[in-house]
Each structure stands twice: as structure tokens, then as C-alpha cells.
Design a protein around this ligand. Structure first.
Ligand SMILES: NC(=O)c1ccc[n+]([C@@H]2O[C@H](COP(=O)([O-])OP(=O)(O)OC[C@H]3O[C@@H](n4cnc5c(N)ncnc54)[C@H](OP(=O)(O)O)[C@@H]3O)[C@@H](O)[C@H]2O)c1
Length: 242
């Protein structure tokens, strides 16, 4: 019997990342669950998954804003089970940066998690991903194309993330497929409330929730062998008339 494939999911402790961990675990993957600050949530999810299948989920802590953190994460990921088949770059910082007072620290933070880490994690894991005919799934945003007011650095970082997907799809073919999910309104920010003015602009008239993102990620990982370099919007139609 062949060994189970391994997925590394960044920012996997909560919200969309946690839903992705559950979905890929349910689909038979062993899960490398990366977190930065959410240790309790990460440990609780790992113990839930390990109860279902022993030694099937492992937590790895790292700050993705530093190259040393990114490289340590990649090394720990490869060491745990000797392979990585799928990299899901889900971790992301998100907050407004009005032009009047945005700063260098915000630049490093937003660019770090949304653009730099996906690039250097892909670099570090490319050999093992290639060996296993693997895939990378990045997380963009519909606002990579049409900007969100007062979020210039985040918009720029996600635009870079989109170009990363297209660039790596070319460069890593034919051995690694690289695609991206561009969510619309899926979950409100942890500190934020439901926003009626955003809901009014969504043709399907609701927030998406985690399930359609998990379906899209599963499709890109497992059911799309001839698809690479694509940005799949999961947004209830929001990007049609932004
Ligand atoms: N939610 C939405 O409606 C929506 C809309 C558009 C795009 N997206 C994209 O979809 C993905 C998931 O969204 P989400 O709302 O579930 O994300 P989220 O809760 O805002 O963030 C996910 C995780 O990213 C980790 N993270 C942030 N900065 C980090 C850094 N510098 N180093 C390491 N980890 C870092 C955090 O981990 P810890 O908690 O462990 O610190 C956090 O829990 C993101 O890429 C997001 O941009 C989401």
C-alpha cells in the first residue's frame, strides 16, 4: 500500500485554514498544520485529527515574515514525513493601510505573509513537490484585480500573489501545477462584523463560508490534472460588477 500524501497548510489553526486541514485529512492526506500565534487552536485541531488517524497531523510554528522562519518551516515540513505533495499558502495578514500613514512595518508584514512567504516556501519545497508530481495552491483575493479602498498594501501584496501563481506555473511545469483561489466575502474578519453594504453587492447574496473554498481547493489539488496557472474566483459573483 502506498503512503498517504502530505499537505502543508499555512495558517491552518483557524477559519479557512482549519477547514482546509479537515477537508484534506478527510480526503486521506497527512496534514502539516502551520500556525504562528494560534498554538491552542492548532494543538486542539491536531489532537482531533490524530484521534481519527494516529500520527496524521503535526503542528509547526513559524513566523512567515522572516526568511529564516520560512526556511525552518520548510525544513521541518520535509523532515516530518520525508515528503510534501501539496503546499497551500493560506496564511495572510489583512488590515487597512490608508496612504496618509501607512508604514514600512505594515509593508513587511502584509508583503511577508501574502507574497514573500508563498514564493520562498515554494522555492524550498519545489524539489519534494516535483518528486511527487505535486501542486501548489495560493490564496489571492478578488481585490488583487479591483482594489479595496484604503488597503493599498494588501491589494498590492495579493496582486503579487496572483503573478506568483502565473510565474511559477510556467517555471515549475511540467512537474508541479500551481493555481490560486481568489475568495470574495467568505468569512468576516475575526474582529469585524457582517457588512450589509458588501452583502448587497454579491449576486448570490450571502457570504460564502468555508465549504466552497474547500471544494475549490480539493478540485485544484485532486481533480484538475490539466489545470495550471489559473486564478479561480470563489465569490458568489461579486467580481462581475466591482
Ligand atoms: N475571509 C475571507 O472572506 C477572505 C476574503 C478574501 C481572501 N481571503 C484569503 O483567504 C485566506 C484565508 O482567509 P482567513 O480569513 O481564514 O485568514 P485569517 O484568519 O485572516 O488568517 C489566517 C492565518 O494567517 C496566519 N498569519 C498571518 N500572518 C502571518 C505571518 N506573518 N506568519 C505566519 N502566519 C501568519 C495567522 O496564523 P495564527 O493565528 O496562527 O497567528 C492566521 O490565523 C487568506 O489568504 C485570505 O487573504 C479570505
Amino acid at each position: 500500500m502506498s503512503e498517504a500524501a502530505v499537505v502543508l497548510i499555512t495558517g491552518g489553526a483557524k477559519r479557512i485554514g482549519a477547514a482546509l486541514c479537515r477537508r484534506f485529512h478527510e480526503g486521506g492526506y497527512r496534514v502539516l498544520l502551520h500556525y504562528r500565534h494560534s498554538k491552542d487552536a492548532a494543538d486542539a485541531l491536531a489532537s482531533e485529527l490524530n484521534q481519527e488517524a494516529p500520527d496524521s497531523c503535526c503542528c509547526i510554528q513559524a513566523d512567515l515574515n522572516t526568511l529564516s522562519g520560512i526556511r525552518q518551516l520548510a525544513e521541518s515540513a520535509k523532515r516530518k514525513w520525508g515528503r510534501v505533495d501539496l503546499l497551500i499558502n493560506n496564511a495572510s495578514s489583512f488590515y487597512p493601510t490608508p496612504i496618509a500613514d501607512c508604514n514600512d512595518a505594515q509593508w513587511d508584514d502584509l508583503m511577508g505573509s501574502n507574497a514573500k512567504a508563498p514564493l520562498f516556501l515554494s522555492q524550498a519545497l519545489a524539489p519534494t513537490l516535483a518528486k511527487h508530481k505535486g501542486a501548489i495552491i495560493n490564496f489571492a483575493d478578488i481585490h488583487a484585480e479591483k482594489p479595496m479602498a484604503n488597503h493599498s498594501i494588501y491589494n498590492m501584496a495579493k496582486a503579487a500573489n496572483v503573478m506568483l501563481t502565473k510565474s511559477l506555473a510556467l517555471e515549475l511545469a511540467p512537474s508541479i501545477r500551481v493555481n490560486s483561489i481568489a475568495p470574495g466575502a467568505i468569512l468576516w474578519p475575526e474582529a469585524g462584523e457582517e457588512n450589509a453594504s458588501i452583502l448587497a453587492k454579491i449576486p448570490l447574496q450571502r457570504c460564502g463560508g468555508e465549504a466552497p473554498i474547500c471544494q475549490a481547493a480539493w478540485y485544484l489539488a485532486e481533480q484538475a490534472p490539466y489545470t495550471t496557472g489559473q486564478i479561480l474566483a470563489i465569490d458568489g459573483g461579486r467580481s462581475l460588477h466591482m
